[in-house]
Design a protein around this ligand. Structure first.
Ligand code: SF4
Length: 322
């Protein structure tokens, strides 16, 4: 039977050696992304979510673990990936002001991947014009430079560049967080439309939990390099289990009375937020956890499947696994 997963990330680790020690940016995480789904990877700054995206797209080779794309091993840096598969995984970065080369025109930016991947050898004006129209930008922008465009327009160029090579899988790394609120909904709606039109699967990396409620089919939350909880979106929001998830959900604003009623009671975090270089022993969340047990500062909990598709890494549930 063919797999339902376009991407499998298995026991992925990415460590960085620095002068003061080793930063375990991604520390043994596993998840899958299904064909056509939006998988939300959520976390605070320093949780390892963006590093995960960078490893999946091939900007970094993993320290260990596997990345399978349609069952094919892609656990190497991008330069060693087969060219025909490399183009299948694209990324849209957080800040288009830095991800677009300011010295190149919009045409040069969008046609570069077409040339690199051998899709276009000569003048790609026609294809670039089609891509600009697709992202609702005027064709005349072709001859402009990124600095002449607004932030939202630059992000639309970045999306056009990602779509240029007909990918199947796109990593969206905080694609709207550097933009004005007025343009964020437009970009999200556009991404959701393209997902349907082009059968795309998304790994959506964000710190914005509320956004995931509307766009993701499953959500995983990262804390200091590890996944704390992973569940289908509805289950994640209405039956959160991990104390960290409850803490975050209890502090996000909601609009409707129904959402307010479903929100966990306000959870107050104790202790300091540790840094990546001084990850606490045992469960790394224990200094902040209001529900910690005696075992928590000694033993790192394992990931448990509490109900089908709902995983949590916490000693509170040791006796509940399915
Ligand atoms: Fe809190 Fe312990 Fe669960 Fe960690 S393992 S989240 S410290 S209860």
């Amino acid at each position: 039977m063919p797999s339902e997963n376009i991407l499998e990330v298995i026991n992925l680790k990415k460590y960085f050696k620095v002068s003061k020690g080793v930063i375990k940016a991604v520390d043994d995480i596993s998840f899958t992304v299904k064909y056509g789904e939006t998988f939300g990877l959520v976390g605070e700054s320093g949780s390892g979510k963006s590093t995960t995206g960078h490893v999946v797209v091939g900007l970094y080779a993993p320290t260990s673990g596997k990345i399978l794309y349609e069952g094919i091993d892609m656990s190497m840096g991008v330069e060693r990936r087969p060219l025909n598969l490399k183009k299948k995984i694209q990324m849209v970065f957080q800040d288009p002001a830095t991800s677009l080369n300011p010295k190149r025109t919009i045409k040069q930016i969008i046609e570069l991947p077409l040339k690199v991947h051998g899709i276009s050898h000569g003048d790609a004006s026609q294809k670039v014009a089609e891509l600009l129209q697709m992202v609702e930008l005027p064709v005349e922008y072709m001859d402009r430079y990124p600095t002449e465009l607004g932030g939202g327009e630059r992000q639309m160029v970045a999306i056009a560049r990602a779509l240029a090579v007909n990918p199947s899988f796109i990593i969206l790394d905080e694609p709207t967080s550097a933009l004005d609120v007025s343009i964020q909904a437009k970009i999200i709606n556009m991404l959701m439309r393209f997902q349907k039109e082009f059968d795309l699967s998304y790994l959506f990396i964000t710190h914005n939990l509320s956004l995931m409620r509307n766009v993701a089919s499953r959500v995983a939350i990262m804390y200091l390099g590890k996944i704390a909880e992973l569940a289908p979106t509805e289950e994640f929001f209405y039956n959160p289990l991990h104390p960290y998830t409850k803490m975050l959900l209890s502090s996000i604003p909601v609009i409707t009375d129904e959402e307010e009623a479903m929100k966990p009671k306000k959870v107050i975090s104790t202790g300091e937020i540790p840094g990546a270089l001084n990850v606490p022993p045992g469960c790394s969340f224990h200094p902040r956890c209001p529900e910690r047990l005696e075992i928590c500062d000694k033993v790192d909990p394992c990931m448990l499947e509490i109900s089908p598709g709902h995983f949590v890494r916490c000693h509170l549930y040791n006796s509940m696994k399915v």
